[in-house]
Design a protein around this ligand. Structure first.
Ligand SMILES: Nc1ncnc2c1ncn2[C@@H]1O[C@H](COP(=O)(O)OP(=O)(O)OP(=O)(O)O)[C@@H](O)[C@H]1O
Length: 346
């Protein structure tokens, strides 16, 4: 279990993470979503004690990260797959990490096998493709057989086979009772992977709810009709007390709350020709974009979706004051699968 209470991080005048409070529970995949610059990576870095909170706390199984005796055995993370030592083989990268965390060498071969890298174990990691690098980062996260795993944008740049593999791996790890926390800015991807959802925007909590609830709340279903007798069809629907909205861009009508059977029968009764009668479901990506519309920091110039009020967010727990002292230099560094250098601005 990961617990955040009133977690806040400021970089000068910029508040990257703003009074975040939530829990990440075991046995499920929890998706961590937010648009670019929302504060996901900064939050994850504070979870691993790589950035100091300005205020608030993070607890890993009830303890501060720095108080975990052998951290890799509690929590594994993939933050930045490119941070491996390129001049070392995959095997040696993992071996160094294992040795610094008193993990037996046989575990190195086990995790290489688990991620499918055994055939290239002795190759230097600088020659690895993006997908192989991600697998190596995941192997490093799994090395200590931790109960908690965090993945920052693990499917970035992967091919469909790689995406499928990571998705199944996360589900399997969760089904073993582990705590899986995975960030993404793609709702469509998360909808296929996560059981629970935490959404942030401009560092603030926007939603904390089961994925099934998000899908239920945001899957607007409607019927689309297209007819060469559009105006007549509209009149007929109006007479039947059905509200149809014209969509000029597609030349169609959209109807909420009435099934396709009834609409088809009405058209037939009035001998109206239909070229399309199709049930539709609004995309989750659109719902996510509406939820975060007010907090998107970097807008493209193309016209976006209309802004809508953010989804009701659970009230954040009261923040806990108190600065976290800097992590001492001798605390075992993560070493792999992430970039252990602190971001500037502290
Ligand atoms: N070291 C730093 N100094 C100053 N500002 C920073 C620093 N690190 C992050 N920020 C700012 O904090 C905000 C949150 O950044 P963060 O990288 O955590 O977001 P993110 O949700 O992970 O974004 P992305 O999806 O683009 O990776 C951004 O506005 C970013 O510019």
């Amino acid at each position: 279990m990961i617990e955040l209470e009133g977690l806040t991080k400021r970089f000068g005048a910029k508040t990257a993470v703003d009074n975040l409070s939530f829990q990440v529970r075991p046995g499920v995949v929890t998706g961590f979503l937010g648009p670019n610059g929302a504060g996901k990576s900064t939050t994850m870095r504070m979870m691993l004690d790589l950035d100091n909170p300005t205020s608030g706390t993070v607890r890993i199984d009830g303890k501060h990260y720095r108080d975990l005796p052998e951290p890799l055995k509690h929590i594994g993370a993939l933050l930045d797959a490119k941070s491996m030592h390129g001049g070392r083989s995959a095997y040696n990268n993992l071996l160094c990490l294992a040795q610094s965390n008193r993990i037996p060498e046989r575990r190195v071969a086990e995790v290489l096998d688990l991620v499918g890298l055994t055939p290239v174990a002795r190759k230097k990691s600088k020659g690895f493709s993006l997908g192989m690098g991600q697998r190596l980062g995941i192997a490093s996260a799994l090395l200590g057989d931790p109960e908690i795993l965090m993945f920052d944008e693990p499917v970035n740049g992967l091919d469909p086979e790689g995406i499928h593999w990571i998705r199944n791996l996360m589900k399997r790890l969760a089904s073993e009772g582990r705590t899986i926390f995975v960030s993404s800015h793609l709702m469509s991807e998360m909808a296929l992977t996560a059981d629970h959802l935490i959404v942030i925007g401009q560092g603030r909590l926007l939603a904390d709810l089961p994925m099934a609830d998000f899908i239920h709340q945001n899957s607007r279903s409607y019927v689309r009709l297209r007819s060469p007798q559009q105006e007549r069809l509209k009149d007929v629907l109006h007479e039947a007390g059905i509200n149809a909205v014209s969509v000029p861009a597609t030349g169609t009508l959209e109807i909420d709350g009435v099934g396709p059977e009834r609409l088809g029968e009405l058209a037939a009764q009035h001998q109206i020709v239909l070229h399309e009668l199709s049930p539709q479901r609004a995309s989750l990506e659109e719902a996510f974009m509406r939820m975060t519309a007010d907090s998107v920091e970097y807008h493209a110039h193309a016209p976006g979706l209309p802004g809508a009020p953010a989804a009701p967010a659970p009230a954040p727990a009261p923040g806990m004051a108190g600065d976290n002292p800097a992590r001492p230099a001798d605390v075992p560094a993560w070493g792999a699968g992430f970039d252990a250098t602190r971001k500037g601005g502290e």
